[in-house]
Design a binder for this molecule. Structure first.
Ligand SMILES: [Cu+2]
Length: 146
């Protein structure tokens, strides 16, 4: 009798944990193609890029990025002002419902400061959104813009 109760209890536990796994908050945003440009020797800053896809029906905003190998990461955009290319920090980057936003050289990028050199070949990067969910990716270190 005792073992029957034990089996029932274990199955109940399994059901409860499967349920909580299904209910765990998962970011709606799919992040792919993350990469970090190898810094110029002697420099402690660089840029990072990633493709952010929002397959959900709700607009989202990228609000922060962080990594154990960098002291500070800002979201930047490039602007042309009076024929001069300037960078401006964005406090949040919209990723509209059903759309894909690509951070790439010459446009939107992650500005990465206070690098802990040397950088590894694969760099864990955490991206967090306005719904409180985050995604973790492994960005690759690249020597060139390609
Ligand atoms: Cu920048």
């Amino acid at each position: 009798m005792k073992s029957v109760i034990r089996i029932v209890w274990l199955s109940l536990l399994a059901v409860v944990s499967a349920y909580s796994l299904a209910q765990a908050p998962v970011s709606a945003i799919v992040a792919t193609d993350g990469w970090v440009k190898a810094p110029i020797p002697g420099r402690y800053m660089t840029a990072g890029f990633v493709t952010l896809q929002n397959p959900s029906q709700q607009d989202r905003q990228l609000v922060s990025a962080s990594a154990p190998w960098a002291g500070l990461i800002e979201i930047h955009t490039h602007l042309h002002e009076d024929g001069v290319m300037k960078m401006r920090q964005l406090m949040q980057l919209p990723i509209p419902a059903g759309e894909t936003v690509i951070l790439q050289p010459g446009g939107l990028h992650l500005m990465i400061f206070k690098l802990q050199l040397p950088l590894a070949e694969f760099l864990p990067l955490t991206l967090c959104f306005d719904d409180g969910n985050c995604v973790n990716i492994n960005a690759s270190l690249r020597q060139k813009d390609f």
